[in-house]
Design a protein around this ligand. Sequence first.
Ligand code: CP
Length: 327
Amino acid sequence: MAIAKAIIGGKDSSRATAKGKPRHFLDIKDFDTASLRRMLDWGKSYKAGGAPAGAKPLAGKTIALIFEKPSTRTRVSFEVAMRQMGGDVVILGQAESQLGRGETIADTARVLSRYVDAIMLRTVSEKHLMEMAEHASVPVINGLTDHGHPCQLMADLMTLEERKGPLAGKIVAWLGDGNNVAESWIHAAARFGFTLRLACPASCKPPESALAWARKEKADLQLGEDALAAARGADCLVTDTWLSMSSGNAPDLDREARLAALAPYRIDERVMAAAKPDAIFMHCLPANRDREVAAAVIDGPQSAVWDEAENRVHAQKGILHWCLAQG
Ligand code: CP
């Protein structure tokens, strides 16, 4: 079997079973602080031009990038990160694969595990991610679900730390929709010991499950409905589109009702001025300058959004290193 695989160029799928469970990266909350710290530090090291495991630690390895939803940053940053680490990528959109015609996630996971060394999945549903992770024998990486965007958060944490120093004790204010990215910020606040103020309309609060998890983990979470109060004295203001690809927290709210409820949470110059004078603005992008953020803020001197977008590449190198290159 091993010889046949070598001849036909197949992948040795025994790696995962020989060493136990694959190293999935599914959610920030699955990891302790030390493990996340290591991934961030590897990402920083790659950014600085170093490579913890040699110049091309992923030479000979391939990742499948599967998209059930559109993407610019996640797709390009994963492809660039993988190639710069010496690896290769295969990109699958919903329409180009048999997933779009009803093949199960479980069967797809089993088959891809025979071809590639890791799978990144951007999916319409947390359930799909869990099914992929359960049936894959290679690491599965969460490229966004309706309940989280952990790769984005790793880039956001890297950016916040670069601009403002150690994360512990910082004040981050999330204004607007308590969506999937907000859920990942909740997980990060618990793991890295910063204060997270969430100012959201009652109809767009993060799900109770995320808030209950934060209470259990003793995260310093402050939930309210006053945008200016949340911004006051903060180190970082952060928001996301109001018409998210995920509306898991308010699936029944129609578009106009959602926009009306979120209108008071727009980050403009007045809200930015309430934060610390050296506060930064972050947004995972894509942004809408007519809605959640004023052009004067996102294009202004306190905006860190372009560093944040760049850091997707570096932070994901840290994640890929953890999944594929270490030990
Ligand atoms: N922030 C983010 O995930 O961007 P894309 O949707 O373009 O991947």
